[in-house]
Design a protein around this ligand. Structure first.
Ligand SMILES: Cc1cc2nc3c(=O)[nH]c(=O)nc-3n(C[C@H](O)[C@H](O)[C@H](O)COP(=O)(O)OP(=O)(O)OC[C@H]3O[C@@H](n4cnc5c(N)ncnc54)[C@H](O)[C@@H]3O)c2cc1C
Length: 406
């Protein structure tokens, strides 16, 4: 194994050219929201190519199937991977959130099985966090597990789980002690998704996607070794998971493989292409919008670099990952609005009709990974040290907290 980033980059470049399919040859039907089962199979196939070539999990420890190299090695690989078809869908949540959490908080066996399974392209993971009663108050989950001899019995419901139908394991936060305040009675489980007692329903969105799922757990039996971390220590695991979620949503994960979000100039180039296609490239107002987007992306990149360095050196506290998460959402929805402004009425017609369709997804980045309002709360309270918001249920045994009634 070469150690210098430059040597690694050269080796990766040669290997990619010889082994990964070119992006322009990608089957376009895989982008059709109705065709997502095929798209997940393709993701696993591509991940297996990376695994067989020795380029999977560059920054994961070698003990669990990775290469044990640095985030810089991963970034060098990502840059070289532009133009190739990469298994981008396995990044979030499987590798960058779930596997990263298992690495930090799981048992040796869980690390070997789940991280290895994902890196080999055999398994996908999903996050079972949000519940029908709301996703922001995560410590208030009411899905529960009770100990029965050697097993746990799980009951309740989760929702908005991206890609649960295609996943193999879910990180599921549940209540295991109702006699203590909400944060103290939680446990995280690794749940095999296709197990008796779990019903998965897919939710159809306005753009045709059925990516979101809701799950119902009816007396699901889980072995004791499904617990991640400590029993009733689930909030520590969830906090780590949220850290990795914000880091990956913000663009600072060391475990993301491939160049999904693209270089800062790519967004501006694509807006310029759109402006050209609707005959507005010479319009001064349009050029200003393209400039605004370019500036947003440059600031976002600089922020990601600064926050990532701060988190790595300890100069910034963990909750600072919410800053990149917030910036990502702001850049994303602004790009969506700029695309619609440039396209005008063509946003819903002809070849540029996809602009209108994409704008239906405008808010996704402001909710997925925790809402931007919650990110602002985290930044104000836990980075800037402002007073915490009032919470009537703090320090109250959870069984005494009023649930959904006046
Ligand atoms: C693209 C996408 C992917 C997702 N993937 C997953 C997934 O894989 N797994 C999963 O478990 N969930 C997933 N979610 C769900 C997501 O985590 C929730 O949508 C999010 O946490 C908000 O929860 P909610 O929608 O229930 O809104 P609620 O919690 O009901 O909040 C409603 C509104 O009130 C605001 N609000 C609530 N509390 C406060 C407060 N204290 N201060 C200020 N404002 C507040 C929120 O910001 C929001 O605007 C996904 C969502 C999206 C959009």
């Amino acid at each position: 194994m070469t150690s210098s980033v430059e040597e690694f980059r050269i080796r990766a470049k040669e290997w990619l050219a010889a082994n990964m399919p070119r992006l322009e040859d990608r089957d376009p039907s895989l982008d059709d929201p109705e065709n997502d089962v095929a798209s997940w199979s393709r993701t696993k196939e591509l991940q297996k190519i990376l695994w067989n070539g020795g380029f999977a999990g560059i920054a994961f420890p070698s003990a669990y199937g990775g290469l044990g190299l640095t985030p810089e090695h991963q970034h060098a690989f990502n840059r070289e991977s532009q133009g190739y078809e990469m298994p981008l869908r396995i990044n979030v949540p499987t590798l960058a959130i779930c596997a990263a959490t298992v690495l930090d908080m799981g048992s040796e066996q869980q690390k070997r099985d789940r991280i290895g399974g994902a890196l080999r392209g055999d398994e996908l993971m999903v996050q079972f966090l949000s519940e029908p009663r709301g996703g922001s108050d995560l410590a208030g989950v009411t899905t529960r597990a009770e100990r029965d001899g050697d097993v746990w019995i799980l009951n309740g419901a989760k929702i908005w789980s991206s890609g649960a139908y295609a996943a193999d394991y879910g990180l599921c936060l549940v209540r295991t002690d109702w006699s203590v305040p909400k944060h103290a009675g939680l446990t995280m489980f690794l749940v095999p998704v296709h197990t008796p007692g779990i019903t998965i329903r897919r939710i159809r969105q306005v753009n045709g996607s059925t990516e979101f799922c809701e799950e119902f757990f009816d007396d699901v039996m889980l072995p004791a070794d499904s617990v991640v971390g400590e029993v009733n220590g689930g909030w520590a695991v969830a906090s780590r998971q949220l850290y990795w979620e914000r880091t990956s949503m913000g663009g600072g994960s060391p475990y993301v493989s491939g160049w999904g979000r693209g270089i800062p100039a790519a967004a501006a180039r694509s807006l310029a292409g759109l402006a050209r296609s609707v005959g507005r490239l010479d319009d001064v107002a349009v050029r200003e919008l393209i400039g605004e987007s370019r500036a947003n992306h440059l600031v976002q990149s600089a922020l990601v670099r600064r926050v990532t360095i701060g988190l790595t050196t300890g100069a910034l506290p963990g909750p600072s990952a919410s800053m990149t998460r917030l910036m990502h959402a702001e850049t994303d929805w602004r790009d969506s609005d700029i695309r619609v402004d440039i396209a005008g009425s063509a946003a819903v017609t002809g070849a540029t009709g996809e602009v209108g369709e994409l704008s239906l997804n405008r808010q996704a980045g402001s909710l997925g990974g925790g809402s931007t309002e919650m990110a602002r709360n985290v930044i104000s309270e836990r980075v800037l040290g402002m007073p915490r918001e009032f919470a009537a249920d703090r320090d109250v045994p959870f069984k005494d907290v009023k649930q959904g009634r006046a």
